[in-house]
Design a protein around this ligand. Structure first.
Ligand SMILES: Nc1ncnc2c1ncn2[C@@H]1O[C@H](COP(=O)(O)OP(=O)(O)O)[C@@H](O)[C@H]1O
Ligand SMILES: [Mg+2]
Length: 265
């Protein structure tokens, strides 16, 4: 058994990447899969949602930046040692502000700069069914690493701000990643934060049309905007743990059902 790796990516902030990573991870863990979440954003929102109050107080031997630096310096990565257990079937590689320094440092690495995260995850590939990477909101060196490590991408797009230009930029980086990682696929674009009282119109519909023209797969599941998601984030829980009966939680359970066949394939 070797884990399937999903990167949840979109260079725009606030599209639901972190919420999707956590809730998809929780839903898959609930199905009995062994899941590892990887926080690749130095803002550490995922780490906070997983119960780490002060990520910037974490020691070097508790953050993902450390094995990344080790691989960059041709050392054996200590990946297994920094994994923390969140709850049954769900583990985390935490992040903090150190990752922003790594982003800059990687610019000076000439050989194999984009394959570092893949090598960081190698020691734990047989320990999990699925690894889900929460990408930072940019298209920098670390996001390039996320895409080269991944088998599939999920692209959350906020229903109110679908942007055709943003999509072109993302597809450009996807193409670059595929030159190093030809097996990489887009599992699907995911509409998030859809206002239940407003239909999608105008520019949003145009962008959706453009996505279809690009041959971009879309998930059938649409994540609604819901107060349970906001409340869950302030209480540092997944929506699924906080209010399992809510529309947002139910939608993430359906997303997990849609992703399962891809994981099992
Ligand atoms: N379905 C939703 N309904 C309401 N608020 C949401 C929903 N999904 C995410 N949010 C909120 O929107 C904000 C941005 O979401 P987040 O997942 O952090 O996006 P990203 O990781 O792409 O920056 C967060 O405050 C989050 O709690
Ligand atoms: Mg985020």
């Amino acid at each position: 058994m070797s884990a399937k790796i999903i990167a949840v990516t979109n260079q725009k902030g606030g599209t639901g990447k972190t919420t999707t990573t956590q809730n998809l991870g929780d839903a898959l863990a609930g199905k009995g899969l062994d899941v590892l979440l990887v926080d690749m954003d130095h803002q550490a929102s995922l780490s906070i949602l997983c119960g780490i109050d002060q990520p910037d107080q974490l020691a070097d031997d508790q953050i993902v930046a450390t094995p990344i630096l080790q691989v960059a310096n041709h050392e054996t990565p200590c990946t297994k040692d920094i994994i923390r257990h969140v709850h049954e079937h769900l583990d985390l590689l935490a992040s903090n502000v150190m990752l922003s320094r790594i982003e800059m440092y990687l610019s000076s690495v000439s050989m194999g700069r984009e394959t570092i995260l893949k090598r960081v995850l190698e020691p734990v590939m047989d320990d999990y069914d699925v690894i889900i990477i929460d990408c930072a909101p940019n298209l920098g060196n670390l996001t390039a690493n996320d895409m080269v490590a991944a088998d599939g991408l999920i692209v959350p797009m906020c229903a109110q701000y679908l942007s055709a230009k943003g999509l072109d930029l993302l597809l450009g980086q996807y193409a670059d990643a595929r030159s190093l990682n030809p097996g990489l696929r887009i599992i699907g674009a995911l509409i998030t934060m859809k206002d239940p009282n407003r239909s999608m119109q105008g520019k949003v519909l145009e962008s959706l049309q453009r996505q279809k023209e690009h041959g971009l797969p879309m998930f059938d599941t649409i994540i609604p905007r819901g107060v349970a998601a906001e409340e869950a984030s302030t209480s540092a829980q997944s929506v699924i743990a906080y209010k399992p009966g809510s529309k947002v939680a139910q939608a993430y359970m359906r997303l997990a059902d849609e992703v399962m066949p891809w994981i099992e394939a």
